[in-house]
Structures are given as C-alpha cells and as structure tokens.
Design a protein around this ligand. Sequence first.
Ligand SMILES: Cc1cc2nc3c(=O)[nH]c(=O)nc-3n(C[C@H](O)[C@H](O)[C@H](O)COP(=O)(O)O)c2cc1C
Length: 314
Amino acid sequence: MSLPVYFAPLQGYTDAVYRCAHASLFGGVEAYYTPFVRIEKDGFRRKDLRDIAPENNPGVTVVPQLIASLPDELHRLVDGIASCGYRRIDINLGCPFPILARRHKGSGILPYPEEVERLLRPLEEYDEFVFSVKMRLGWESPDESLRLLPLLESLPIRQITLHARLGRQQYKGVPDMEAFARFYEACHLPLIYNGDLVTVDDMVSVERRFPRLVGLMAGRGLLAVPWLAEAYVGKDAEVENGYERVARLHEKVFECYQAVLQGPHQLLARMASFWEYLLPEADRRLKKRVLKAHDEREYVDAVRILFLSMQEKG
Ligand SMILES: Cc1cc2nc3c(=O)[nH]c(=O)nc-3n(C[C@H](O)[C@H](O)[C@H](O)COP(=O)(O)O)c2cc1C
C-alpha cells in the first residue's frame, strides 16, 4: 500500500485556481495544503481569505495553513480560518524568507523553544480543532527540531510534516536524510516526509526507508509532473494521457486567470509562474517562446505548439 500524498503549499503557485484545476484532472492527492494565511498591519489580506474560501475550492480537500509568531496573531488567524468553516489547520514553522524569519516567523522561530511554546500553547483552548505543523529541521542546526520535539508532543499537535532542510539553506542543497532519520526515530507523532520528491522512485525509496511515516508531501515535483501522485499511488510510472491532461490543466488555469486578471501583462506574468517548474523535459526553445510571448495570441499559439510536441514525444 502506498502512503497518502499531500500537495505542498507553494505561495504564488498552488492557489485555489490551480488546486481546483489539478484536482479535477489528476488523482492521487489526499489533500492540498494552502499557502500560508497571515495577518498584516491592516488585518487579513482579502486575497488570502478568498483563496481558502470553500466556495472557491469546490471538490478539493483543503488544509488551510497559517503563519504567526505571537499568540494574539495566532488567535485571530485561527478564528478567521474557523469562520470559513475549517476545523483542520496547519501551522507554518518552516518558511525561510528572511523578512519573516527575522521576525521569528516560519523557520525563524525554531531556535526559540520558549517562543514556540508561547505561540502554540493557546491551541489547547480549541478542543474541536485538529492542528498540525509543517516545519524544517531547524534554522541553523538540525538539533533545533530535536530539541523542540518533546514540546511539540506536549501540545495539541496531531501531525508533523518535516521538510528535511534548514531555514538558512532556503531551497539550496539537498535534503539531509540523516537528520530526518534522527527526527523520525525520536518522533512519536504521525510524521510526513517533505523535500525533493520528484519521481515515483524517490517516493518509494522514502516510504521503504521510513516505514512508520503516515504520508509524503510533494511540491515542486508535482508542479513539474502533475501526475506524480497518481503514478505513485497507482504504482505505475506510466499514466494515461498525461500530457493531454496537462494541456487541459493549462487551459483551465489560463481561462480562470483570463476572467479575473486585468490585461495581458498581468495574465502572461501569472502564467509564467505556471510554467516555471512544469514539464522540465519540454523542448527549451519551445518553452522560451511561451515565456517570451508579447500578447495572448502569441502565447496561446506557442503553448499549442509546445503541447503538440510533448504529445508526439509521449
Ligand atoms: C515558491 C515557494 C513557495 C512556498 N510557499 C510555502 C508556503 O506558503 N507554506 C509552506 O509551508 N511552505 C511553502 N513552501 C515550501 C514547500 O511547501 C515545500 O516544503 C518545499 O518546496 C520542499 O518540498 P518540494 O521539494 O516537494 O517542493 C514554498 C516553497 C516554494 C519554492
């Protein structure tokens, strides 16, 4: 039996438009974690609330995520997310962006157990909620996550997703599997592995090495190969009509953005992120034509040619 696969949150990539389109075309994803919701000076960002609103995520199992460093912020975020109807919330202790990390948000809080306790202890007030955390090995050293573990186990945290990198690494280097193994051995909470799962073989090898895992989380691997989870769960590297379905994924996402974004410039800029990780095996020249298109017609033409070439290949 394969492990459940979760779609990692990727700010700027896996928004509601993308999640709905992906879920309607590809199987194998147990739930989609949302990019983090945060409080700014003026409160919630309307865009964040729109993104998690159930009416914008029909047919998709969504786990909303929040980021905070202070208990007051956490309360407001939990209450705001709860008012959308959710009772399952993930807390981000992994984001490495320096601006947030400097304010002890995301992985920036990991070296400070007393701040983690002050932030998360109030979760005890929400009995009917299921909370999880998504974290890194540490900011500076993997000892940080090991040191935090007894505290996390004493809190109402039901599950941990561990991205096997340090905050200060950002996305560079490779996941530290030895440090992940040490955390895995010490951890009594249900644990999900995250970091650089890009092929079915990667997923199978993590599943075999860590048999007590309760799930795998993939982000950029799924953006690159949208049928990755389906192929892993179905135990089959060959999926049916993969490229054809990616073409439909593109069409759905493009049409949704076309309806809401203002003007070709915004639209093509948004679509450029759609292409950033997608289909790394595609002909570079054809991909460049897609990214360099000056207007919608040129763009649609370039995309059609690229998908034709992929379908001929595949
Ligand atoms: C552009 C980008 C945005 C991300 N946004 C979030 C986020 O909002 N919340 C979060 O927990 N992780 C975020 N991550 C981290 C991913 O969820 C994931 O942990 C990381 O990319 C490693 O997994 P992967 O190798 O499967 O992509 C982001 C990563 C990238 C590259």
